[in-house]
Design a protein around this ligand. Structure first.
Ligand code: PLP
Length: 382
């Protein structure tokens, strides 16, 4: 069993067994402060995506810094965060199974009863009909906010911007227990376009499509209270679009290696890496070294990890191993037993591999474990 003793709290980083997911609390808090200041400067609401950290404790920390609530991707994620005290949640995804919609309806009633709120995205008339049925079955008068998801370039869920979206908005507004709350217009594919100009152009097109849809809906007399979207790669463009009112970025909190590969935008806050995998060198050969963190410790869907502060290239050694090559003939290999800190290629699925995140204050040389953060929604996929 993966148990991390509470006795770790107060001890130095050397006491953290490997491999382990470790947060640099100082870096994470600087990221939060930068995001809060950015959102305030641009007059934007921010509703970070909790599919990154899956932790009620972190969600509440973000809300204390000014986040208006959280996005989640699945009903079970919403349930896990609600159980930890998070009150304002938007499921930024399609939910179609009737038994799941019933859970959503019950959670909406539960959150409303404690002064909170649950919202859901839809992209079909069938989805609206099923949600309305689930709301009636749940028997709550609390109602629910529903946003129409439009596809602004990702090619995933969402109807095309324009008349189809407007028809869905009217269909939501016609349901007694549902309130049309706006447009969900997240452009996932734009986040990792490497060049600043490419990202700017992609979001300019997305904003134009969203604004056109808004105008079409408002011309029928139905207000569009909000257009929401944005990830860490593009948030500066949504924030300055004059169209979006809310930022959903999540990864800014931990900043994975894949985001670091984007051309950096001077107008965007400089977010720092804050989630690391602590790993130990367990074998040294003449040509390479081997560490004890493989892809059971970190996700590799968006590329392999970087090695913090070392001229080492990490190569995939399988589930339990990473192979380390010196970058250049003059660079030394690490020694047997050395500690290395990996920057994951993609933080969201990395966090989902861990029950807990070990939060360190004061850096990784002389720092101390301040607390252990539970990943409440680990494995919450339904
Ligand atoms: C719907 C939605 N909104 C927001 C985000 C947040 O993006 P990021 O974590 O890249 O900031 C994602 C990430 O995939 C998403 O799917």
């Amino acid at each position: 069993m993966n148990s991390i003793p509470d006795a770790l709290v107060g001890r130095g980083v050397d006491a953290i067994d490997t491999p382990a997911a470790v947060i640099d609390l100082d870096a994470m808090e600087r990221n939060i402060a930068r995001m809060a200041a950015f959102a305030q400067r641009h007059g934007m609401r921010w509703r970070p995506h909790a599919k990154l950290h899956k932790s009620a404790e972190i969600a509440l920390l973000l809300e204390r810094a000014g986040a208006c609530g959280h996005c989640v991707q699945k009903p079970s994620e919403a349930e896990a965060l609600a159980a930890g005290g998070v009150r304002d949640l938007f499921i930024s995804n399609q939910v179609i199974a009737p038994h799941k919609l019933l859970r959503v309806a019950r959670l909406a009633a539960q959150l409303a009863a404690s002064g909170g709120r649950l919202a859901l995205a839809v992209d079909s008339h069938e989805g609206i009909t099923r949600l309305a049925r689930a709301m009636a079955q749940a028997g709550s008068d609390a109602g629910m906010d529903v946003l129409v998801e439009i596809d602004v370039g990702q090619g995933r869920c969402g109807v095309p911007p324009g008349p189809e979206a407007a028809a869905l908005a009217r269909s939501i507004a016609a349901q007694p227990r549902l309130a049309f709350a706006g447009l969900h217009a997240y452009h996932g594919r734009a986040q990792h376009l490497r060049g600043v100009d490419e990202r700017r152009a992609a979001i300019a097109a997305a904003a134009q499509a969203a604004a056109g849809t808004r105008d079409l809906i408002e011309a029928t007399g139905l207000a569009v209270p909000l257009i929401t979207g944005a990830g860490t790669g593009t948030l500066v463009h949504e924030a300055t679009s004059g169209v979006y009112g809310e930022l959903q970025a999540g990864s800014f909190l931990f900043m994975d290696a894949d985001y670091a590969a984007n051309e950096q935008d001077g107008a965007q806050p400089a977010f720092e890496h804050a989630l690391f995998i602590k790993t130990q060198v367990i074998s040294v050969r003449p040509s390479h070294a081997v560490c004890d963190a493989g892809h059971k410790s970190h996700a590799i869907d968006s590329g392999l990890p970087l090695v913090q502060g070392q001229a080492l290239r990490y190569a995939n050694g399988g589930d339990e191993h990473g192979i380390l090559y010196a970058e250049g003939p003059a660079a030394p290999l690490p020694g047997l037993g050395d500690t290395l800190w990996l920057i994951p290629g993609h933080c969201d699925p990395t966090v989902n591999l861990h029950d807990r995140l070990i939060a360190v204050r004061g850096g990784f040389t002389h720092g101390v474990v301040e607390r252990i953060i539970r990943v409440d929604a680990r494995g919450a996929l339904t």
